[in-house]
Structure formats: structure tokens, C-alpha cells
Design a binder for this molecule. Structure first.
Ligand code: AMP
Length: 212
């Protein structure tokens, strides 16, 4: 199974990608997670990518496409994959199609998670991520609103720098301009499944599974 998850920032792509990839035993490929790891390790790629990430704009296509080229050449991607946060531009989508074609592969489905803007902002400002296991949670899960420890592994939770309000606005703008056109692109190929992303994590997972 080879899948792509589309949706605005905060639509729940990361959380749902984990659930869906586990269910199908396929590789979860989050370009955002890969890039954040590179920034943490201060690699050449991380240094190049970090300024774009901090300001909420997109990392140049050639850097991201190189990451995907490496992913596709890895043994763990053979059983299938779920792309989370890639592609994000028409150019990335076209290059990705070309790479898959050369490998004799194709995408099975593109899931487009739809959530209202009000919910997106609420989710992003309340989002916390675990330093150790990358688990994503919300401050609304914690009684006193003070999310400190990851409920999965006990690791330290942090707020992503790009989840500050000003950067969120920029990320929405980038999404509308550069990523939303992908919906039309994949609609033309008849691959899109729109899924309502409101409600609980479990409800959305069930909707996605029944759409697949
Ligand atoms: P995400 O975790 O998917 O929200 O990504 C966080 C940030 O990483 C984005 O705001 C971009 O700066 C960068 N990024 C992740 N995926 C891509 C991509 N496919 N193309 C360009 N930049 C990306």
C-alpha cells in the first residue's frame, strides 16, 4: 500500500499517519520529522533547512526530493509507505510521480483531511511534541493545561517553534498558495478521498480506514 496524506497544518496528518501506517505495517515518512532530526543533529541539510522551517516557509524542493529519493531506495519502503507532509508543491508531486514511475510503482490513494480553520488554529497552538518519541499530543489532554511529560514514554514535551501564532499564519498562507493546488492535481488522477478530520483521533482514523 502506497499512500499520501494531504491536509492543512494542524489537520492531524502526523497523528493519523502513525495510526494508519501501524495498521498496514507500512513505513511512515514525515519529511517534517526527518528535517527536524537533521536540524537537531546540526547536519549540512539541517543547517540549510532550519531558516525556512523557523519562518514557516517551505524548504527548497531539491533538498526535500533528495530525502525522498533516499527513502525510496531504502529496504523499509518496499512494503509500502505513507507520505506525511510530502509532496507539498506541484513540482514535488511531478518529480515524485517520475521517481515512482522509474521504479514501476504508483500511488494507491491520496487522503485529504478536511478541518475548519478555527479548529486548525486551536489544535496547532495547543500542540505539544515529545522530544524522545515524537508523540504528538494536545494540552487539552492534561487537566491543569500544563503538558510537561509525554503520556507514552515520559519524555519531555515541547512546543514546536513554528506553532507560534505568527508562524502559523505564514504556514496557512504557504499551504493555500503552494500545497492546496495538489488536491486538484490528484483529483485529476482520480486518487483523492476527502475525509472529515473533525472529532476525536479515533473517529478520524476510522473514517480514513473506511475510505481506503
Ligand atoms: P511539518 O512537520 O510537515 O508541518 O513540516 C514542518 C516544516 O518542515 C514545514 O513548515 C516546512 O518548512 C518543512 N517541510 C516539511 N515537509 C516539506 C516539504 N515536503 N517541502 C518543503 N518543506 C517541507
Amino acid at each position: 500500500m502506497r499512500l499520501i496524506l494531504l491536509g492543512a497544518p494542524g489537520a492531524g496528518k502526523g497523528t493519523q499517519s502513525k495510526n494508519i501506517s501501524e495498521k498496514y505495517g507500512i513505513m511512515h515518512v514525515s519529511t517534517g520529522d526527518i528535517l527536524r532530526e537533521e536540524v537537531k543533529k546540526n547536519t549540512e541539510l539541517g543547517i540549510k533547512a532550519s531558516k525556512y522551517m523557523q519562518e514557516g516557509t517551505l524548504v527548497p524542493d531539491d533538498l526535500v526530493i533528495e530525502i525522498i529519493r533516499n527513502v525510496l531506495s531504502s529496504a523499509s519502503s518496499r512494503k509500502g509507505f505513507l507520505m506525511d507532509g510530502f509532496p507539498r508543491t506541484l513540482n514535488q508531486a511531478e518529480k515524485f510521480d517520475g521517481m515512482l514511475k522509474n521504479l514501476g510503482l504508483s500511488i494507491d490513494k491520496v487522503v485529504n483531511i478536511i478541518v475548519s480553520e478555527e479548529t486548525l488554529v486551536k489544535r496547532l497552538t495547543g500542540r505539544r511534541v515529545c522530544h524522545s518519541c515524537n508523540n504528538i499530543c494536545s494540552i487539552s489532554m492534561f487537566k491543569d493545561g500544563q503538558a510537561k511529560k509525554c503520556p507514552v514514554c515520559g519524555g519531555k514535551l515541547f512546543k514546536r517553534k513554528d506553532d507560534e501564532e505568527e508562524v502559523i499564519r505564514q504556514r496557512f498562507h504557504v499551504y493555500e498558495k503552494q500545497t492546496r493546488p495538489l488536491i486538484k492535481y490528484y483529483k485529476k488522477n482520480g486518487l483523492i478521498e476527502d475525509v472529515d478530520g473533525s472529532g476525536s483521533e479515533k473517529e478520524v482514523t476510522e473514517r480514513i480506514l473506511s475510505a481506503l
